[in-house]
Write a new protein. Structure first.
Length: 80
């Protein structure tokens, strides 16, 4: 692998790990974003710059996500 190709592969790998971590954290909060994943167009480029596609979710999931984001950070860490 060339330096550029290796860098691109590492960027995509890091993005995939980030999406998996986000999916896991959301699941711990009882939230599912069915369309969560990497934006395929952003990784199909010659020099990928991955974007995370949050996608669509139910109104209930959006409300739960908003509630978690608004909650006290100390309360969130107590449940982790």
């Amino acid at each position: 692998m060339t330096g550029r190709t290796n860098h691109a592969a590492l960027c995509v790998e890091e993005a995939e790990e980030t999406v998996n971590g986000l999916r896991s954290a959301l699941a711990e909060a009882g939230i599912a974003l069915p369309s969560l994943g990497l934006d395929q167009g952003s990784i199909a480029r010659t020099a990928p710059c991955p974007l995370v596609e949050l996608g669509r979710c139910s109104v209930d999931a959006a409300a739960r996500l908003a509630a978690v984001l608004r909650s006290d950070p100390d309360d969130r860490s107590a449940t982790a």
